[in-house]
Write a protein that binds this ligand. Structure first.
Ligand code: IPD
Ligand code: CA
Ligand code: CA
Ligand code: CA
Length: 262
């Protein structure tokens, strides 16, 4: 616990410094590169922030491993010991096109179990944190456990990829049953919106460990369920089709997927 408190202080400091890097970049031209296709981008700022965290972690916690989106630890085959999971900018397309709705995400896992998670909504200055067994917070204010609403009682975020997948009646049915569908474009922010009750679920088509790790800890601390779409546990070494939802919506959605996807 003492360790977590020390880290907590440092991590919060680092996140604010990283946020300043991201905001200062608005005054300069970004260097934008395509990774696998024209909608999969990385900027010099994603890389700079990841390197910033790696230097700090190497200095303060040299024994610990890091898994980061922009190249760190991609050869990792297990989550033994302490592993930092980092997404330097979640919502890079929003960062590039809107300068809004992007987040900095960090989490710490020990032997595969989430210990603490941080999601910083940079432009709203909202820091979501969670500590295993001790609850989740928004800017140091404890978040209440979520109300267990049903699908018909709330808004859902469904990734466009899932919505537009051919022969995918399940996502359409889920959208129709809900009060309405929203798309933000940051897995982390969509997850914290479920954690605060603004959404009742977020469904992701193909999320990587760094898209999931911090949000999963925050979600579970407020009583949400975060699994693969078929209800299987998340695999933090691979990509996952995901759902984070209230227990009632989780059941409705995973039932629809299990029964309707053939
Ligand atoms: C992406 C965002 C997006 C989700 C993608 C992620 P990135 O993260 O979270 O909302 O649909 O699957 O890859 O690449 O902007 O960090
Ligand atoms: Ca990316
Ligand atoms: Ca991401
Ligand atoms: Ca990213």
């Amino acid at each position: 616990m003492e360790q977590i408190e020390k880290r907590d202080h440092l991590i919060k400091e680092w996140i604010k410094e990283a946020a300043a890097i991201s905001k200062n970049s608005f005054n300069n031209e970004l260097i934008v590169q395509e990774k696998t296709n024209r909608t999969d981008l990385v900027t010099n700022i994603d890389k700079e922030i990841e390197q910033f965290f790696i230097q700090k972690i190497n200095r303060y916690f040299p024994e610990e491993r890091v898994l980061g989106e922009e190249g760190s630890g991609h050869q990792m085959t297990d989550l033994k010991g302490i592993v930092w999971i980092i997404d330097p900018i979640d919502g890079t397309l929003n960062f590039v096109n809107q300068q809004n709705d992007f987040a900095i995400m960090i989490s710490i896992y020990e032997d595969g179990v989430g210990q603490s998670g941080y999601i910083y909504d940079v432009m709203r200055d909202e820091l979501y944190t969670a500590y295993k067994g001790q609850g989740a917070y928004l800017n140091d204010q404890k978040l209440p456990r979520v109300e267990d609403k049903a699908l018909g009682q709330g808004l859902v975020a469904i990734s466009y990829r899932l919505m537009s997948k051919e022969n995918n009646e399940a996502a359409k049915k889920i959208g129709k049953t809900s009060s309405g569908v929203r798309m933000i474009g940051s897995a982390g922010l969509e997850t914290v919106h479920v954690a605060t009750g603004r959404l009742v679920a977020y469904l992701g088509a193909s999320l990587a460990p760094w898209d999931i790790a911090a949000g999963k800890i925050i979600a579970e601390e407020v009583g949400l369920l975060y699994t693969q779409l078929d209800g299987q546990p998340i695999d933090l070494l691979n990509k996952n089709a995901t759902i984070v939802a209230t227990p009632a919506v989780h059941k409705e959605v995973t039932d629809i997927y299990r029964n309707e996807i053939k």
